[in-house]
Structures are given as structure tokens and as C-alpha cells.
Design a binder for this molecule. Sequence first.
Ligand SMILES: Nc1ncnc2c1ncn2[C@@H]1O[C@H](COP(=O)(O)OP(=O)(O)OP(=O)(O)O)[C@@H](O)[C@H]1O
Ligand SMILES: CC(C)(CO)[C@@H](O)C(=O)NCCC(=O)O
Ligand SMILES: [K+]
Length: 243
Amino acid sequence: MQLLIEAGNTYVKVAQLFDDGNMELLGRYPSGKLEMVLEPLLEKGINRIVFASVGPVEVDNSIQRIAQLANIPVMQVKTLRKDFGVKNAYSEYQYLGVDRWLTLVAIHQELKKDTVIVDIGTALTFDVLSEDGKHLGGWIAPGYQLMMKSVLENTTKVFSDRDHTDTLTFADNTADGLKNGCRAALLGLIEYGLSQARDKLKTEPEVILCGGGVRHLPISWGKHYRHRSELVLEGLALYAKCR
Ligand SMILES: Nc1ncnc2c1ncn2[C@@H]1O[C@H](COP(=O)(O)OP(=O)(O)OP(=O)(O)O)[C@@H](O)[C@H]1O
Ligand SMILES: CC(C)(CO)[C@@H](O)C(=O)NCCC(=O)O
Ligand SMILES: [K+]
């Protein structure tokens, strides 16, 4: 069995990859809790740890150190110029976030179609991938919580309250105005990106939505598209199986 770790800017996700190829999510934890969560997991017959991190180098170091203490081999997955048939669009390829890289690799391995991948976590990322594996580039924008926070922290009279409803209507009060405004910003970016991607690809791309922030998009809008909640971990599983 291998242990897969995806370290993001807010959360760490941990999954088990069994020898039969099945993956099981063990949990999602605040990034600061990594050490506490990891140590007890290493008791149970793990052959290797495969991880990817977009966080500070301290996270990489602490995973390496914990594994070394437990005498378990480690593979850190990093963004490459080309791998698994995917060609990175960045001229300085190593600067593309490894979470984005893993979603590209996972989707190309499975679909080999013109695709748009939208991952909504701390940040929203939008990436375009052609059917022959060429990454055409993408965008980075704030995620829902980050947009909300930046307005709340920089204004006096704007406030928010409980969860938003599913409908995305014009609001007649402050809290709904902020929540729906931030949701519309996510949606507007995706719609504009999609129109640009259609022009570039000259086809209708598949749309893959991933990350916990997808919950902020209206269900009636999102139901037309594929939703893959653990796409980064699926990319990690591919590396764990093949490398
Ligand atoms: N229980 C929840 N209630 C409300 N919103 C949530 C909840 N869980 C996740 N979210 C939303 O999903 C976003 C986080 O998504 P996700 O769990 O994919 O994080 P992440 O992509 O792992 O973050 P990162 O990788 O950047 O650390 C939050 O910003 C929030 O908008
Ligand atoms: C954009 C995030 C934060 C999304 O998790 C991550 O992919 C990242 O840190 N990327 C590095 C910058 C880039 O992708 O160009
Ligand atoms: K993420």
C-alpha cells in the first residue's frame, strides 16, 4: 500500500493507494496539523509515500523527515516540462503549480480530449488542455473564501452571514450582495475562460470542475459539467503506480 499526500495552501489531503489500484481518501486536515495526522498513519504497512505540495518548503521537509524516521521511502512529485503525454505551457515549467500539473496529467491519461479544468480551492485555477496533450495555459484567481475575506477586511460596512442559498440572484441586502457577488465572480471567470477556450480550440471543450469550492457555483449551472472532487490525488495515484 502507498500513502498519497496532497499539501495545499489551506488543507492537506491524505489517501491510501492499495496494490489493486483502488484509492481511498483518509481525510482532509488543516495544513498546520500535518505532523499530528501523519505519524499514526505510518504504523500500518506503507511501502512508500508519494506527495506533492504547493505550500512552503517546511511542509516538504516535515513529510521527508517523518518518513525517514519511520523508514519509509518517499517520492515527491514535481511539475515537469513534459510527462504522461502532457506538455506544460509555461516557458519556466517548474513554476506551474504541481496541483495544476497533476490535474492535467490525470485528465489527459483518462480522456485525451480538449478540456478545461477548473479547480476551486484557496485559489481558483483555470487550465486549458488540448486533446493531443498540449497545455495552452491558464489563470489564477482568488477562491470564494479569499474574495469574501479581502472585501470584509478592507471595508467597514460590508458584512456577511450564514451559508448562501443555491440561487444566484441580485441581492436586496449586504450579506447576500457580497456572497452572490463573489460567486458571480467565479462563474463569470469560468464563462469568459470557456468562451476564450472555445475560440482557441475550435471545439466545445469538456469542462472538469474540481475542489471544494465548486459548492459555491449554482447546482443548476454545474450539473452540465463533470465534477471530479479528487483530481489532484488521482494524478498522484498515477505517479505512484507508474513511477
Ligand atoms: N465545509 C465547508 N463549508 C463551506 N465551504 C467549504 C467547505 N469545505 C470546503 N469549502 C469551500 O471549498 C474551498 C476549499 O476547497 P478544497 O477543500 O478543495 O480546498 P483545497 O483546494 O484543498 O485548498 P488548498 O489545496 O488550496 O489548500 C473553501 O475555500 C471553501 O470555499
Ligand atoms: C495557484 C495555486 C496556489 C493553486 O493551488 C498553486 O497551483 C500554485 O501555487 N501555483 C504556482 C503558481 C502557478 O501555477 O503559476
Ligand atoms: K487544490
